[in-house]
Ligand binder design. Structure first.
Ligand code: ADP
Length: 397
């Protein structure tokens, strides 16, 4: 089957066309600046060159039209006609407590996702716009929604409840939901396969470290805790997000700086983390380079990051009363040997030892722990699109 995977944001849209039989990517690309000047589409066929074209995209429907045009282009298209698309898999960000698995998209599903809009006001409406545009242009093609939050719906109450009045949970659904579910699920499953353990009898910790970062404890195939919360702001420090902070500090900063709550949230989401502490960049590579050159704030940013990752992993070892496998994934997790080495230094007490030569490899599946290490440590490249394609096939077949 040809599965078109769509990840739609407010002004951008990523796509991949995946052959479900071989799991090969037949084409991929990105629409940027939708609804703005100079919008452009980048298209890459499996064995061809990337091509970027400036093209007006006043809305998402036009963007999807251009995606279809590119996919069916006579010269470079991966398809002869639109009718060769068998199903579309949509990445959806927040399914609240309504969705604990992927679903076939219907009018009722869209309504239920809309009811979760308050929980992800930037993401869910954009996801729905993408779905509606696809449904208009491909009315007879089945569509599936795959939620970032669904995988974490197995978390026990003790992991997801906040220490706020219970009525806020009851009335407004205020609790930990977690994100990156497709990645945590994909990587933890692959980790069990690589470790030769049944997925339903394996304790795994997945460190998804990218621009946005979260860690997940997966016990016997189920998420039992994760570091992001009601929103993706909780947990680790990230490219520009603060991660955990004493809520009391917010009022203190707002008073001192004379800023509004909205401004404070912008600072916590866009001006904190690597960017905020280092003052250099939100990009881990730039911060590490500056740290090596002696920039103290850059070094502090990296140290805070390593320490928080290690503390969270340690917490999840306690949560599961043990761990069989630890995995690193996403931009930093897959590529940055230094981060993996520094984080793993905190785990001598668990009998974990890292093969520093193997740890130098990047962007590929590799066991980086030594044969005598008590816990297996892997680098496993994530593939959220493939996970979405697999879920889509499972539901439409
Ligand atoms: P997103 O959350 O946007 O999907 P990614 O998973 O692509 O993010 O990760 C982006 C992060 O990965 C950036 O901080 C970038 O610096 C980091 N990264 C990418 N390649 C490397 C590398 N070779 N070494 C260190 N960090 C890297």
């Amino acid at each position: 089957m040809n599965i078109l995977v769509i990840n739609c944001g407010s002004s951008s849209l990523k796509f991949q066309l995946i052959d479900s039989a071989t799991e090969d990517v037949k084409a991929s690309g990105l629409c940027e600046r939708i609804g703005m000047d100079e919008s452009c589409i980048t298209y890459k066929p499996a064995n061809g060159e990337k091509e970027k074209t400036v093209s007006p995209m006043p809305n998402h429907k036009e963007a999807i039209k251009l995606v279809i045009d590119a996919l069916t282009n006579e010269k470079t298209g991966a398809l002869k006609s639109l009718s060769e698309i068998d199903a579309v898999g949509h990445r959806l960000v927040h399914g609240g407590e309504k969705f604990n698995k992927s679903v076939i998209i219907t009018d009722e599903v869209i309504k239920a996702v809309e009811e979760c809009n308050d929980l992800a006001p930037l993401h869910n409406p954009a996801n729905i716009i993408g779905i509606n545009a696809c449904r208009e242009l491909m009315p007879n093609v089945p569509m599936v929604g795959v939620f970032d939050t669904a995988f974490h719906q197995t978390m026990p109450e003790k992991a997801y409840l906040y220490g706020t009045p219970y009525e806020y949970y009851e009335k407004y659904g205020v609790r930990k939901y977690g994100f990156h579910g497709s990645s945590h699920s994909f990587v933890s499953k692959r980790a069990a396969e690589l470790a030769g353990k049944p997925y339903d009898a394996c304790k795994t910790i997945v460190c998804h470290l990218g621009n946005g970062s979260s860690i997940c404890a997966v016990e016997n195939g189920k998420s039992v805790d994760t570091s992001m919360g009601l929103t993706p702001l909780e947990g680790l420090i990230m490219g520009t997000r603060s991660g955990d902070i004493d809520p009391g500090a917010l009022e203190y900063i707002m008073k001192k700086e004379g800023i509004s709550y909205a401004d404070m949230m912008t600072i916590l989401n866009k001006k904190s983390g690597f960017q905020g502490i280092s003052g250099v960049s939100s990009d881990c590579r730039d911060v590490e380079t500056a740290a090596k050159e002696g920039n103290k704030r850059a070094k502090a940013a990296m140290d805070v990051f390593f320490y928080r990752v290690a503390k969270t992993v340690g917490g999840y070892v306690a949560a599961m009363n043990g761990v069989d496998v630890i995995c690193f994934t996403a931009g930093i997790g897959e590529n940055d040997a230094h981060t993996r080495e520094e984080v793993m230094k905190y785990f001598g007490y668990l009998g974990i030892t890292i093969d520093l030569e193997k740890n130098k490899l990047r962007g590929e599946e590799v066991l980086i722990s030594t044969p005598d290490s008590k816990v297996k440590v892997y680098v496993i490249p994530t593939n959220e699109e493939l996970k979405i394609a697999r879920e889509t096939v499972a539901l439409v077949k």
